[in-house]
Design a protein around this ligand. Sequence first.
Ligand SMILES: *Cc1c(COP(=O)(O)O)cnc(C)c1O
Length: 459
Amino acid sequence: MKNLKRSWAEPYKIKMVELLKMTTAPQRKKALREAGYNTFLLKSDDVYIDLLTDSGTSAMSDRQWAGMMMGDEAYAGSRNFYHLEKVVQETYGYKYLIPTHQGRGAENILSKILIKNGDIIPGNMYFTTTRLHQELAGGRFEDIIIDEAHDAENEFPFKGNVNLAKLDKLIKKYGAAKIPYISIATSVNMAGGQPISLANLKELRAFTKKHKIRIIHDMTRVAENAYFIQQKEKGYNKKSIKEIVKEINAYTDGCTMSAKKDALVNIGGFLAVNEWDVFEEARNMVVVYEGLHTYGGLAGRDMEAMAIGIGESVSDDHIRARVGQVIYLGNKMMDYNIPIVKPIGGHGIFVDAKKFLPHIPQGNFPAQTLAAELYLDAGVRTMERGIVSAGRKANGDNYFPKLELVRFTIPRRVYTQAHMDVIAESTANVYERRNKIKGMKMVYEPKYLRFFQARFEKL
Ligand SMILES: *Cc1c(COP(=O)(O)O)cnc(C)c1O
């Protein structure tokens, strides 16, 4: 008989569980008030289902844990570094590796090496730490993502694509010499985990070659992007995730990587480039900020877990279940008519707070408010991706981003399908009483990356 339906399911079983504390509504009310209505300031002990981030929150496999025991904690030349180097070269195709403690460590070094005062760095939507390092190095980020990416309703399958006309305009205005590289993210985080297509990347490569401009790849979620290419881009449904990842990287000149996402580790990252000169300088600089070039702020055991995690992250079975779980949650939310960013992205569900709470003006932080209300309902911790995250411009004015979102990021291999059900049911509960929800005001604002530590009060 023909198999009509086959659910996504995990290619693993559970060997150990982590017990969670269940809280009452009065406990959550108190915890939230003490956290200044910022979910980043909650104690994780007070959280039931933690969707704050998919960063460093994945469950490692038995093999990765076994690898942790194989850590070679030599100061220089650890065997785990050479293992990691080999895996990065073979899996991702970049030539030279510099390990760093996490992604932003790599961004710092790369920005300092490539960006000069007054430079322009075009990219497919900003990312918080990436843009900040570009700015601290004297550069300015310019958004060249297609307009569809800024529209939560638009169902274009590759909302991570670059608009070449926007790039061309920047080159005409500033000159190619002022553009040290184009910053290209796969699975664009701030757009809702939206992929870039290989067709678009190919075109971008041809265009940048003409102008002699590098492409630096923010590779944090490249495997998830590869999955969407495999599922949706013409000509790729017979290709493996491994092959697609390699092809993506072949159109770029280097990468920064937060291994805390795709690569299934709790800490770690790296910089990898194809140019010897850039590598030379990075190898000199990493000693100042991270540690020796053969450990970059990581223990040998962390590098071993990363090397093994990278291998697991590009397996077709792994990625199908990983993204399958996210899509399951997204469909469930849509069944409840909750407004989410479409198409469903690779690492989480992004709820459109402007649509959810249309009576709250953006200046009163609708997404921040919604994240607080969601925690109150069932102890699910989400985070704001809107006006608070966007921060202020150099002249002190607030950025007013088009997208005002609450991010439900799904850690890899951590939660079950029943957890997904609870998340959707709780969100639906809040949606029912949405008209009664009031906005907030900010009562403490840190200077950098304010979303991490800002405090709020209810209006
Ligand atoms: C997380 C992330 C980073 C920064 O990496 P960290 O490991 O958190 O320092 C950079 N880019 C993207 C797209 C990310 O999601």
